[in-house]
Design a protein around this ligand. Structure first.
Ligand code: FDA
Length: 314
């Protein structure tokens, strides 16, 4: 499939420092960024969350940054999350989980050379304490496959004190159906997505159809189980299947939710919320938007136009 090739090429290209420098400085980039990213500051992210609220959309906020190898940076990210949760609570947006946060463990210390896992876990606990004060939840994002086991280990550790902590599972990984079975238990929040990283065939389906089939198998496990499935996709076929499975298992609309990314299918998000479903929007913000943006561009060949134009005008 040519679009799979294009996607792989873009993800590869994005690793180049030269390309990164060109994109970050390009004047076009700002416009592209604004579609997918809610600004650079906590205040801007809170404002976008409030705006989504006017159309009954819930939010999960992500302070952008990943693979931090600098301890001070990891701590600053942790502190920003705490500040964000306090601000959401002050704006009356967090109660009952209306706005929660999504956290990449590699942004809060997991990638540090020494004691990364322990540092990330400590920071995640601080974020969870702030979430508890705000009356909301935390979901751990899932990164490349080398971190899956460690992230699920952190999830288990956090859930001892904060049973409402959730995690993302990626349907493209061969292991994920089994992980869904492990996590389809009472009180367990699982966000199922297709997966966005460049992964080898040994661990992940390469073909889009195989990823979709795996997504459906995972959905079946989650919807049949006792947990709280979070259906994170823009794919209309998968959304229909999710809804049919929820109906089949007699789930009430408050026992699962749909989730999409800021800037993608925004009208469909509103329609889903209008029909009485829980619709949560993933709201990324912060200065470090490059890695996030490249993954979004790679998902859709049409977006490549924006990307190339931003290089050409540099
Ligand atoms: P797919 O990519 O097949 O898109 C289906 C349709 O949606 C397209 O045909 C198009 O109409 C529209 N669409 C999709 N992407 C678009 C774009 N960029 N621009 C415009 N239209 C677009 N991944 C990961 O590895 N770890 C994680 O922790 C998360 N977390 C996460 C949270 C949430 C709430 C969501 C929605 C997604 C993630 N992801 C993620 C990303 C996920 O793995 C995946 O890369 C994207 O959601 C795209 O996959 P879709 O399921 O939307 O299908």
């Amino acid at each position: 499939d040519p679009s799979d090739l294009l996607r792989a090429a873009m993800l590869q290209l994005s690793d180049s420092d030269l390309v990164r420098g060109m994109v970050v400085r390009a004047p076009m980039s700002r416009g592209v960024v604004a579609r997918y990213v809610a600004g650079e500051t906590v205040d801007e992210a809170v404002a976008v969350t409030a705006e989504l609220r006017t159309t009954n959309r819930l939010a999960t906020l992500d302070y952008l940054g990943e693979d931090t190898t600098d301890r001070a940076r990891a701590e600053a990210t942790r502190d920003t999350y705490v500040r964000l949760l306090d601000a959401l609570a002050a704006a009356d947006l967090a109660a009952y989980g209306a706005a929660e946060v999504s956290v990449k463990l590699s942004a809060i210390g997991q990638a540090l050379p020494a004691d990364g896992d322990a540092i990330a876990l400590d920071s995640a606990r601080a974020i969870c304490e702030a979430a508890a004060r705000a009356g909301t939840t935390v979901t751990l994002d899932m990164e490349d496959h080398t971190t899956t086991d460690r992230t699920l280990e952190a999830l288990r550790a956090l859930r001892v004190d904060f049973p409402w902590v959730g995690a993302v599972l990626q349907a493209y990984l061969h292991r994920t159906e089994a992980d869904c079975r492990d996590l389809a238990t009472a009180g367990s929040r699982v966000r199922l997505c297709k997966g966005a990283y460049k992964e080898p065939p040994s661990v992940a389906h390469q073909d889009g159809d195989d990823v979709d089939l795996s997504y459906v198998r995972c959905l079946k496990v989650l919807m049949a189980g006792d947990g709280y499935p979070m259906v994170a996709s823009h794919d209309p076929r998968l959304l229909d299947i999710a809804q049919a499975l929820a109906g089949h298992h007699g789930r009430s609309p408050d026992s699962y939710e749909f989730q999409m990314l800021l800037g993608i299918r925004m009208n469909e998000q509103k329609r889903i919320a209008d029909r009485g479903h829980q619709m949560r929007v993933y709201v990324p913000f912060g200065e470090d938007w490059y890695g996030y943006l490249v993954r979004r561009m790679a998902e859709r060949p049409a977006n490549l136009q924006f990307f190339l134009r931003s290089l050409a005008t540099n």
